[in-house]
Structures are given as structure tokens and as C-alpha cells.
Design a protein around this ligand. Sequence first.
Ligand SMILES: Cc1cc2nc3c(=O)[nH]c(=O)nc-3n(C[C@H](O)[C@H](O)[C@H](O)COP(=O)(O)OP(=O)(O)OC[C@H]3O[C@@H](n4cnc5c(N)ncnc54)[C@H](O)[C@@H]3O)c2cc1C
Length: 388
Amino acid sequence: MDFELTGPQKDLVTRVRDYLATHITPELTAEIAETPEGGGPEWKAYIRQLGADGMLGVGWPTEYGGLGHGPVEQYLFFEEICRTGIPIPVVAVQTVAPAIMRVGTDAQKAHYLPGILKGEIDVAIAYTEPDAGSDLASLRTSATRDGDEWIIDGQKVFTSGAHMADYIWLAARTDPDVPKHKGISVFIIDARSPGISIQPTEIMGGLRTNTTFYDEVRVPADALVGELNEGWSYITTQLNYERLALATASPVERALEETVAWANENWRNGRRVAEEPWVRDALAAIAVDVDVLSLLNLRTASMLAEGTVPYHDASLNKVFATELHQRAFGTCLRIMGRTGGLVGGIGVSDGGRLARWFMTDVLLTFGGGANEVHRNIVAMIGLGMPKS
Ligand SMILES: Cc1cc2nc3c(=O)[nH]c(=O)nc-3n(C[C@H](O)[C@H](O)[C@H](O)COP(=O)(O)OP(=O)(O)OC[C@H]3O[C@@H](n4cnc5c(N)ncnc54)[C@H](O)[C@@H]3O)c2cc1C
């Protein structure tokens, strides 16, 4: 396997990096320091601009209005986005849209894909329930057919982004009389439908997730995605795409670069911080891990490009990446001491992003599936070990 990027791939990285450097304004950066998950006017204008300039569809096929690049280019693009620390509607662009392309009806493709591509439609994922997290197939939210409509009843927890989303991608039980994995369907429903209520849950780092309630929510028959009772396979495929999006190396690379620069410029106990042996060891270890993660991600993106669904490979990357984020940001914070821990202070540039990253990225270790569960997937599917 050749991991060297091709000339056009290198050009793409440069083009995206230059584009982002000119479009991320100090006003946007200041707004994101206050509202890290986006949603403000500067952020909305930025996302629409990315959409208008075709940047959200780097990896989308041309038939859906994308630039027609493959998964490797999509991955390279997303690394550049993550390096900036400014969020994009990643769930809609990189996980829901590909699922609609694969299993959506023509009407769903025509309705959702152009809006997602332009940055005008955002989607939240509603899988998890109070008693269905790791054991997602136990979900109890129901969808019952009534004439030309489905009636949805139940409760979801951790529906991140639901308060900003236009639509909710929701898993519901449509057949209670078959084994639990076989009676689940996926719906895409208007987030403002009567009967939906959304309650905030504040989480570390200034972010928010939501509990969402569905009280006899009537949605049209064509809200069903793909085939009835085939939802489990759509969910697992969507989660595989999501796992890749959770595993980026660029935030760690940026924290590393900026911590190295800081350690070179700052003095402690009569010498430059960069001369302290433990600091050198710790930063070198992070540099090794960043390279390993980049190669793991390129390998997984290459598998996707070849048409292979990366089951345990996506899990392996997710575990390695999310634990590296915690380890690396924590190490950089320790090196910087009090300075690094200031949210809104210096730290890594842009208003203390390092401390924020440290606090927010802990959720990646259990969001998208707890790392212990992913380790089981690696053991069972990757290593051929028995189910525990
Ligand atoms: C901030 C945040 C945002 C989220 N966003 C979304 C979202 O947008 N949409 C959505 O649908 N969900 C979302 N989630 C839910 C997330 O995917 C679940 O939290 C995750 O799947 C774990 O489920 P749980 O919290 O019910 O934990 P549980 O399943 O109760 O697990 C609790 C503990 O038991 C361990 N455990 C459970 N089962 C096993 C097993 N088989 N083997 C080994 N260990 C096990 C886990 O590792 C974990 O530490 C979010 C969660 C958080 C915290």
C-alpha cells in the first residue's frame, strides 16, 4: 500500500487550507469561542459560503452535485476542517447524506441532498434512549403505521444538535414481534413536527446535547428511509462513517505544533521549557502517535475507496484516535501549566481552544459507541476471538 498522497491530493489539501485561511475571520473565531458548537450568525454565513463554493461536497459524487472526489479526498478535506476548530454540519454532510444516497428514495435524494450540500439543511441523530445505549437494538421508541402516516412515540437521550437541526434521523421499532435487530426502521422527520419537544443537557466545554420527546408525532409515510425493518443495517453503516469522522488527527497535530512553539518561546526555572526532558519525551511520543493515526485513517479511507466497509478497522481507529485526543491535549495542558488551562486565555491559539478540546473531546470516547464496545468489535471481528 502506497501512503504517499498523489499530486492532485496534495493540491486539494493546499487549496482547502488556503480557502479556510481566507474565510475564517476573526469575527467567526470570536463567535465560536463563545458558542463552540456553532449556530451563530457568523457561523451560519460561513457554512452557507462553504456550501455555495462546493466545499461541503468534496467527496460527494458529481450526480449529487459534489466534486466527485473519493473517500481519501473527503478525509483529507475533513482533516483540514478539524484543524481549524470551527465545526461543520458533519453528521448531515458525511454520514446522513451518504446513507440517503445509498438507500433513500428518489424524492428523499431530491429533497435532502441539495440542501445538505448547500449547508442549508442540518440533521441530528436520534438513536440512543434511556435504556438503549451500547445495546442500541433494545430501543423502544415506536413507529406505528396509520393510513398514510407513521405515528412516533418515545424518548431519546443525547440527541446532539437537535436544537439547531432541521431534521431528525430517528431509529424506531416498527415490528415488536421479531428478534430485536430485525424490527427497527429509520425515519427522517421534520424537527419542528408537532409532538416533538427538546430539552437541553449541558455538557463540558460549553457544549449542549438534548433529550428529545416524541408524543404521537405524525409523519408522512415517505419519512421512512429505505426498506421497512431494515434499519439496523442502515444504522451500523451510518455509524461506521461517523466513526471515521470522530477519528481525526489534525486537532492533535495542531495542538502539538503550537505547544512545541510555546515550549520553544517560554522559560521555566531558568531554561526554555523545550529543554525539559519530560517535555521533549512527551511531545515526541505525541508526534509518533499523530503519524500512526494519520496512517490508520488513510488506510481506512482507502478501504472505503475500494468499496470495503471498514467494520473493525473503523472501531480500531476510533479507539486509538479518541484516546490519543485525551492523552495529547492533557499532556499539552500539563506542559503549558496554568496558561494552557485558560478557556478564553492563550493556550493553543483562538481563545484557549486547547482547554476546550480537552473538555469536549472526552465525549468522543463514548459518543459513537463506547470505546469498550469498540474494543470488543476489534477482538471479535478483527482478531477472531469469541463473543464475551
Ligand atoms: C455528549 C454526548 C453526545 C451524544 N450524541 C449522540 C447523538 O447525537 N445521537 C445518539 O443517538 N446518541 C448520542 N450519544 C449517545 C452515545 O452514543 C452513548 O452514550 C453511547 O452509545 C453509550 O451508551 P450509554 O451512554 O447508554 O452507556 P451504556 O451503554 O449504559 O454503557 C455504560 C458503560 O458500560 C460499558 N459497556 C456497555 N456495554 C458494554 C459491552 N457490551 N462491553 C463492554 N462494556 C460495555 C460502556 O463502555 C460504558 O462505559 C451521545 C452521548 C454523549 C455523552
